[in-house]
Design a protein around this ligand. Structure first.
Ligand code: GAR
Length: 231
């Protein structure tokens, strides 16, 4: 578990895992550039897809980007071994799954307990679990006719989207939304805000997990309390 003491020792070494476009990775890079992630250092980006645009974003930001593709290994076990050693090699304090669509090896989840976070494009426990990823989440939300959706950042445990919830932010569904329009609004209003914020809070030692739940200690510059979505 990350504690104030751990965070105080130096910068939080952050490893980001991606599979696609990497707009969430970009949000983290931009937050860092804007000086909002002073306690964190982006040490490596790992993609499971060779052509992922996220790797280009990493390169442009001067972050080491590598690809570990299942297609380069004879079986899942060999891929898991290679992936885990690429993770370990970076000595991360925090692993961020930013649109990473690979089921993690069980060994990795126990080794990095409460040190892996995931961004999911709905308000968990709605529209999450096996089969709910990317656009499919928004298609399901529109099909159900919900009026409010959003995004969630949570710690990763052995289940799919079942780990302790760190941050959530609601987003209104609007008349005429398509899955693509809704996906973009959820990203812009929620995901790109929440993910850097979660990293910042963890780096500051303000996130504590116990009994499957997370408590976040908030403080604004004046030392007062503030709520989750007033960035
Ligand atoms: C994001 O919307 C993220 O929340 C989602 O994939 C997209 C990746 O976009 N993740 C999941 O659905 C995980 N279950 P990005 O590559 O542009 O950040």
């Amino acid at each position: 578990m990350l504690t104030k003491e751990t965070a105080a020792e130096g910068k939080l070494r952050v490893l980001v895992c991606v599979s696609g476009g990497g707009t969430n990775l970009q949000a983290v890079i931009d937050a860092k550039k804007a000086g909002r992630l002073e306690r964190a250092e982006l040490v490596r980006v790992i993609s499971n897809k060779p052509g992922a645009y996220a790797l280009k974003r990493a390169q442009e930001a001067g972050i080491e980007g590598i690809c570990v593709s299942p297609k380069d290994f004879p079986d899942r076990e060999a891929f898991h071994r290679a992936f885990l050693s690429a993770v370990d090699e970076a000595s991360p304090d925090l692993i961020v799954l930013a649109g990473f669509l690979v089921v993690l090896p069980a060994e990795m989840i126990s080794r990095y307990r409460n040190r892996i976070i995931n961004i999911h494009p709905s308000l968990i426990p709605s529209f999450c679990g096996t089969g709910f990823y990317g656009l499919k989440v928004h298609e399901a939300a529109l099909r159900r006719g919900v009026k409010v959706t959003g995004a969630t950042v949570h710690f990763v445990d052995e289940g799919t989207d079942t780990g302790p919830i760190i941050l959530q932010k609601p987003v209104m569904v609007k008349e005429g939304d398509t899955p693509e329009i809704l996906q973009h609004r959820v990203m812009e209003e929620a995901e790109w805000v929440l993910l850097p914020e979660a990293i910042e809070l963890i780096a500051a030692g303000r996130v504590m997990a116990a009994d499957g739940k997370v408590s976040v200690k908030y403080q604004d510059e004046a030392g007062g309390e503030r709520s989750v979505w007033h960035i």
